[in-house]
Ligand binder design. Structure first.
Ligand code: GDP
Length: 444
């Protein structure tokens, strides 16, 4: 089972939270330790683990039961989303030249599966309807050229070769020229793999890259090597400048560390993954599917996502209707603030409002404090005042009464009233509805 250990480590984290009403700093401490241990055992690099745990903890604290979704189930979703983010979020597609032949340069240490990837990639591209050619530039490893020729024949793709006595950059140059002449869609240039990084290898690679000016320069790394793979991607990127990585041998007893670390450590995406020795075992790297596999809790995720979707839709529709008709009043304001407090995190609500970016935990705490103050003022309003904020805007006497009853200053009440109207206008503007949303001047 791929990532089996990581999956079961995470599972024991959820189990510790069954039955809690709300996630707190205290009750998530032990599960977070479990997750941390599971990630470290999966060979994810320590700084990545630290950041991950911090992100997840910040989002988790304060999460309670929402619409039948238990806190522990929501935590699964939080961890899932953070895993996806860690792996780069979206799938990172191969880039093709706008016109003419696309050149893909493949680099990698010996034994990682580079030669196999050359053929697999050609096979994959053929399925996409692209014509391909392979260029045999690995002149050092015994039999690499023969191996490439055999695999090329197997997938029905021509292999350009000049033996082992010619400089790789010259082979690459002529190979690419040949492909262009034949109007081949994609030419894949194999390069020398060595047992370890050395200056000769890097210099040679730099020269090949300069010569063929590739659209994609991809480093092939072995998933079994864990965070070492992530470090290699970083090194090659710094030395050569690469566009991404191909992660092989994900089918083996890979612990997952490479898949989780490459993007975060190197800043470069994993574009494709190999999960077997057959030619068809190469596919795009989908961070969300990978996160799902790691968690192994597809049903819980689907459940939480559905609930969140319904909630988002209802709230958004409701809010939009209110805003469009300028009916957003203090009751809505209160409902919003209470919903926010219950969720413990404003991020999601704010995320729903276009134009508002990510908020920090400190900002959330600050916001929650001022929400409490607002609540006490709104509590002191009459039902009529809540529905018709204009009443408060027009009457200093009413504002004074609200201030006295809530123990706040008249200025704070005025600010709150002004804020509501500003919110109406701002939201209307955000929705592109400009008319009819002026801010009334408060009568004194
Ligand atoms: P190179 O030295 O980097 O060119 O590596 P090769 O392409 O010769 O591959 C080395 C070994 O790894 C071969 O036995 C391949 O069959 C095997 N291999 C390559 N990719 C994968 C993969 O995704 N999964 C598995 N299980 N084996 C692979």
């Amino acid at each position: 089972e791929m990532f089996g250990q990581l999956t079961s480590g995470l599972e024991s984290a959820w189990n510790k939270l069954k039955g809690v009403d709300v996630l707190t700093k205290e009750n998530i401490a032990e599960p977070m330790r479990e997750i941390r241990r599971a990630l470290l055992e999966a060979d994810v690099s320590l700084p990545v683990v630290r950041r991950f745990i911090q992100e997840v903890s910040e989002q988790a604290v304060g999460v309670g039961l929402i619409r039948g979704v238990r806190p522990d189930q929501q935590l699964v979703k939080i961890v899932h989303d953070e895993l996806v983010k860690l792996m780069g979020g979206e799938v990172s597609d191969l880039v093709f030249a706008k016109s003419g032949t696309t050149v893909i340069l493949l680099a990698g240490l010996q034994g990682v599966g580079k030669t196999t990837v050359c053929a697999k990639l050609a096979f994959y591209l053929k399925k996409l309807g692209k014509s391909c050619m392979l260029v045999a530039g690995d002149i050092y490893r015994p039999a690499a050229i023969d191996q490439l020729s055999i695999l090329g024949e197997q997938v029905g793709v021509p292999v350009y070769k000049e033996g082992t006595d010619v400089k790789p950059s010259e082979i690459a140059k002529r190979g690419v020229e040949e492909a262009k002449k034949k109007n081949i869609d994609v030419v894949i240039v194999d390069t020398a793999g060595r047992l370890q990084i050395d200056k000769t290898m890097m210099d040679e690679l730099k020269e090949v890259k300069r010569t063929v000016n590739p659209t994609e320069a991809l480093l092939v790394v072995d998933a079994m090597t864990g965070q070492e793979a992530a470090a290699l991607v970083t090194t090659f990127n710094v030395e050569i400048g690469i566009t991404g990585a191909i992660l092989t041998k994900l089918d083996g007893d890979s612990r997952g560390g490479a898949a989780l670390s490459v993007r975060e450590v190197s800043g470069k995406p994993i574009k494709l993954v190999g999960r077997g020795e057959r030619m068809e075992d190469l596919e795009p790297f989908y961070p969300d599917r990978m996160a799902g596999r790691i968690l192994g809790m597809g049903d819980v995720l689907t459940f939480v996502e559905k609930a969140q979707e319904v909630m988002r839709q209802e709230d958004a529709e409701d809010l939009q209707k209110k805003i469009m008709s300028a009916k957003f009043d203090f009751n809505d304001f209160l409902k919003q603030t209470r919903a926010v407090a219950k969720m413990g995190s404003m991020t999601r609500v704010i995320g729903m409002i276009p134009g508002m970016g990510k908020v920090t935990p400190a900002q959330i705490r600050e916001a929650e404090k001022s929400l409490k103050i607002m609540e006490s003022m709104i509590d002191a309003m009459t039902p009529e005042e809540r529905e018709k904020p204009e009443l408060l805007a027009e009457s200093p006497v009413r504002r004074k009464r609200v201030a006295q009853d809530s123990g706040k200053t008249e200025q704070q009440v005025s600010q709150l009233v002004a804020q509501l109207f500003q919110m109406r206008v701002r939201m209307k503007n955000l929705l592109g509805v400009m008319e009819g949303g002026s801010i009334p001047a408060l009568n004194n």
